[in-house]
Ligand binder design. Structure first.
Ligand SMILES: Nc1ncnc2c1ncn2[C@@H]1O[C@H](COP(=O)(O)OP(=O)(O)OP(=O)(O)O)[C@@H](O)[C@H]1O
Ligand SMILES: O=C(O)C1=C[C@@H](O)[C@@H](O)[C@H](O)C1
Ligand SMILES: [Mg+2]
Length: 172
């Protein structure tokens, strides 16, 4: 069964875009972070605090495999780091998988993440200056993995509907 995977850096719009896409193409959306929170009965923040990032990456990989192997059509919104660990990037080009990298510039990510960072443990404690530097470095490190996606869609200066339309066109 077909799996549509949205990936990209924190704040690029995976969850937002997936919700609208799901309504339009009538395929259910599962957000991997939310799936992990439900499975573990812990918030992502609490998992990082209690068990650390390595543990989180293990359960993230397991949860991603579970969703990929489920028998339904599904839109999966990955966590920002999912493609960068446990060889998850190799799963982006699997059979029946349509993976889309939502590519955003440092400026776009910075302005979106500034407004809402408390639920994102990797940036929660950074000031503006530190955050800009962190995003630039981190995005550079992660780009190799994000670029393993089958398709790339630029999201800078586009409305949610425009990005969704780009994806609908890819799927057509
Ligand atoms: N095309 C867009 N134009 C303007 N704002 C957008 C757009 N897409 C998303 N946003 C806004 O950017 C913020 C981040 O979006 P969202 O939470 O969907 O990102 P995400 O990729 O799921 O992040 P995370 O990896 O941390 O879960 C939200 O406030 C959302 O409303
Ligand atoms: O970019 C990341 O590494 C993360 C992004 C979020 O979606 C969560 O999966 C978690 O906060 C880690
Ligand atoms: Mg999200």
């Amino acid at each position: 069964m077909r799996k549509i995977i949205l990936l990209g850096y924190m704040g690029c719009g995976k969850s937002t875009i997936a919700k609208t896409l799901s309504r339009i193409i009538r395929i259910p959306f599962v957000d991997l972070d939310e799936y992990i929170e439900e499975k573990t009965n812990l918030s992502i923040n609490a998992i990082f605090e209690k068990h650390g990032e390595i543990y989180f990456r293990k359960i993230e990989h397991k949860a991603f495999l579970e969703l990929l192997n489920s028998s339904e059509d599904m839109i999966i919104g990955l966590g920002g780091g999912t493609p960068c660990y446990a060889n998850n990037h190799e799963l982006l080009k699997g059979e029946n998988v349509v993976s889309v990298y939502l590519r955003a510039s440092i400026e776009t990510l910075f302005s979106r993440l500034c407004a809402n960072k408390s639920k994102r443990p990797l940036i929660a404690n950074k000031n503006d200056e530190e955050m800009k530097e962190f995003i630039a470095m981190h995005l550079f490190e992660r780009s190799f993995y994000y670029n393993q996606a089958r398709y790339k869609v630029n999201v800078d200066d586009k409305t949610i509907d425009q990005v969704v339309l780009d994806i609908v066109n890819i799927l057509a």
